[in-house]
Design a protein around this ligand. Structure first.
Ligand code: B1M
Length: 210
């Protein structure tokens, strides 16, 4: 089995203690960091399918997520350059009722690497907290909102609506993303941009503040 296949298997099985060495091994074998990351994302897709088919349950999803986080820690220096903060300030969080943070963390990492200073509000963030965070940081240029559940899409709508109603709206750009979100939904709720993945979120953030 190649190291990259091992990374996939260890993610699916949730082997957090072993995955770091496998990721390092894949890097040492010359695999691209982005390919290793995409392998882990695909493995999480397998985990999601298994959950959907009742082959595994929430605890197994959780340990797979822990393994992926460990793997990403090893990859991080190879994916993201040092943050400079020179591109401006970005505030990012996962909406109220939603605890998924792996995708959001990748967005944070890539946007930091694109030169932004990022304030990460974490998960389960109420709409008002996004608004307050911008008020506390009036130099904010980008607000990124993530949602992973169809059931938390209304919370994303409420968050974007709260931001749209705030006095600072013309000073920020609102970006949204996450597996159930698409460009049409983003437009419908009044966000400025939707992107499919973390790398394109960073590209878009740069474009929006240019
Ligand atoms: Co959850 N979960 N989960 N889960 N979970 C999904 C999302 C699900 C699709 C699994 C399935 O059924 N196939 C399903 C949602 C179904 C739906 O909504 N229709 C689901 C469910 C149902 C649930 C619970 C309700 C299960 C339950 O309790 N019965 C529950 C909800 C808890 C809650 O949030 N209130 C739950 C819980 C969990 C865990 C806590 C156990 C764990 C999360 C741990 C964590 O994040 N710390 C978990 C996991 C791991 C998953 C799967 C398996 C993996 C998610 C993931 O990290 N993917 C997931 C299945 C799947 O995704 N295929 C699943 C990898 C990650 C890199 O991708 O987050 O999509 P993603 O991020 C991408 C893009 O979406 C994008 O960029 C990233 C890639 O570059 N992106 C943005 C994300 N945010 C962005 C923001 C942007 C731009 C792009 O701009 C701001």
């Amino acid at each position: 089995m190649s190291k990259i296949e091992e990374v996939s298997e260890l993610t699916i099985k949730g082997k957090a203690k072993l995955i770091g060495a496998a990721v390092q091994g894949a890097l040492d074998e010359g695999e691209e960091a982005l390919k290793i990351l995409n392998t882990m994302i695909a493995a999480m897709g397998v985990v999601g399918e298994k959950f959907k088919n009742n082959e595994i349950f929430v605890p197994e999803m959780l340990i797979a997520a822990k393994a992926m986080k460990k793997g990403v820690e090893v990859l991080k220096p190879h994916l993201a350059e040092g943050a400079s903060g020179s591109a401006g300030k970005a505030i990012i969080g996962t909406v109220a009722g939603d605890l998924h943070d792996i995708g959001k963390n990748l967005v944070v990492m890539m946007i930091e690497s694109a030169g932004f200073e990022v304030i990460d509000l974490g998960v389960d963030v109420p709409a008002e907290k996004f608004v307050e965070a911008v008020r506390e940081n009036p130099d904010t240029k980008i607000v990124g909102v993530s949602a992973l559940l169809t059931t938390t899409m209304p919370a994303m709508k409420a968050t974007v609506e709260a931001l749209n109603a705030a006095e600072f709206r013309d000073k920020i750009k609102v970006m949204v993303g996450g597996a159930p979100i698409n460009a049409e939904f983003a437009k419908e709720i009044g966000a400025d941009a939707y992107t499919e993945d973390a790398a394109s979120a960073a590209e878009m953030a740069k474009k929006l503040v240019a």
